[in-house]
Design a binder for this molecule. Structure first.
Ligand code: ADP
Ligand code: MG
Length: 235
């Protein structure tokens, strides 16, 4: 079991003495090789749920498990290590650095950790090949289309021993065909690499829920609550 949330509640401070409930008793399970899509209106708590699942925020209550480890019980350095090594994040904006080549974007994290980039070059090339960017290793981001930049972003998120992929509205800056291609790519890589992927998206037309090449489930979120998560047993 690669990603499990059980009874997760997250509140933020709101005004002088109030709290706003962003995630309300949410439970869901994503198995290795599965993509579960999460959809819902703006402000319903989707990004907050991803932040909790990725150990960026500690919830008020509830359990988060990544690859069998209950991360809530860990001290911050251990949470940070799991986040860095096992969790890949993909956001709407690609956040590529303008002065780095495509392959350097992928090697940057290892470099910042003080590891020799040469050790990771082979992995970077393999990933760029997997996302259809072989031959673009030395290209700068400004020479790439939006769809290609998002594919660099995806390849970068997969560097390292990933178990979990958390993806926040990856297609909202793309036209529908490129958006469709990006979701198809995420599904294929998730299957090939046995990741557990949670995909926030409004692009319902590209999901093909339960069909070959499509996502494995769709959960709706409203006011912090999940409809179709573990409570209502979609899996
Ligand atoms: P979504 O991604 O579905 O648009 P968010 O998770 O961003 O939803 O937000 C859920 C709720 O939590 C909203 O009411 C939002 O205003 C509130 N919220 C999000 N981030 C913060 C924060 N850092 N501090 C206070 N409130 C926040
Ligand atoms: Mg959001």
């Amino acid at each position: 079991m690669s990603l499990r949330l059980s009874g997760v509640t997250l509140t933020y401070p709101d005004g002088d003495d109030g709290r706003v409930v962003a995630v309300d008793d949410a439970s869901l399970t994503v198995e290795p090789g599965q993509v579960i899509a999460l959809t819902g209106p703006s402000g319903c708590g989707k990004s907050s749920l991803l932040a909790v699942a990725g150990t960026l925020i500690r919830p008020d209550s509830g359990l988060v498990e990544i690859a069998g480890t209950a991360v809530g019980e860990l001290f911050e350095p251990d949470r940070a290590r799991i986040r860095r090594e096992q969790v890949g994040f993909i956001f709407q904006r690609d956040n590529l650095l303008p002065d780095l080549t495509v392959v350097e974007q992928l090697l940057l994290t290892a470099h910042l950790r003080g590891e020799r980039p040469s050790r990771h070059r082979e992995e970077a090339r393999e990933l760029l090949d997997a996302v259809g960017l072989a031959g673009q290793e030395e290209t700068l981001p400004r020479r790439l289309s939006g769809g290609m930049r998002q594919r660099v972003n995806i390849a970068r998120a997969l560097m390292g021993p990933r178990r979990v992929l958390l993806i926040d509205e990856p297609t909202s800056a793309l036209d529908s065909q490129r958006g469709h291609d990006v979701i198809e790519l995420i599904v294929r890589l998730t299957r090939e690499r046995h990741l557990a992927a949670l995909l926030v998206t409004h692009d319902l037309a590209s999901l093909n829920v339960g069909r070959p090449g499509g996502v494995d489930g769709l959960i709706e979120m409203l006011d912090g609550r999940l409809i179709g998560g573990d409570q209502t047993a979609v899996s």
